[in-house]
Design a protein around this ligand. Structure first.
Ligand SMILES: Cc1cc2nc3c(=O)[nH]c(=O)nc-3n(C[C@H](O)[C@H](O)[C@H](O)COP(=O)(O)O)c2cc1C
Length: 156
């Protein structure tokens, strides 16, 4: 009998002063509310092509630095693109941006590159600006929960 593939949600993040990490942790908390979904949260610098390829659903969490995504996330894309792009086509993804006051540049830089991977955006991006509020964290919890539920139901 064929073994079913594990349903893995991979939360990829980078964070220098901890803000994006707290958002990524909130996504993880929400996702862990759903049993039967394997949830992993990894720093972008640690993510391998194998990690990228085997996840069924991806959440990219990045701060905005100089109007762009974090360099570590760009490095992940640079390192893995050729190796994984054919395997991940059509997979679900969502984005969380943590910015001082903008976030548009980080989001558009991620989405432009993701076009090449042909991932499928299944939730609206979450952009958090300035101080992290309880509402922002809750939005990330809800995002994680919604994604994991969708995976559990076989939608993603
Ligand atoms: C080097 C650097 C560049 C930044 N550039 C921007 C920027 O272009 N736009 C913006 O809105 N915030 C900018 N910020 C603010 C960060 O996005 C914000 O402080 C964020 O919460 C940092 O997330 P982190 O704690 O996960 O590193 C910058 C911060 C740093 C350290």
């Amino acid at each position: 009998m064929k073994t079913e593939e594990p349903k893995e949600l991979l939360i990829i993040y980078h964070s220098q002063s901890g803000n994006t990490e707290r958002l990524a942790e909130a996504v993880e908390r929400g996702a862990r509310r759903v049993r039967g979904i394997e949830v992993r949260r990894l720093r972008a610098a640690k993510v391998t092509a194998h990690d990228f390829r085997t996840a069924r659903c991806l959440v990219m969490c990045s701060p905005e630095y100089f109007g762009y995504m974090a360099g570590a996330l760009k490095d992940l894309f640079d390192r893995t693109y050729e190796e994984v792009r054919e395997d991940v086509s059509g997979r679900a993804y969502a984005v969380v941006i943590c910015a001082g006051n903008d976030g548009a540049g980080a989001l558009s830089s991620i989405e432009r590159i993701i076009l090449g991977y042909k991932l499928r955006r299944v939730q609206e991006p979450v952009i958090v600006r300035g101080e992290l509020s309880a509402a922002a964290l809750e939005q990330c919890v809800n995002l994680g929960h919604t994604l994991a539920e969708g995976m559990d139901l076989g939608i993603y």
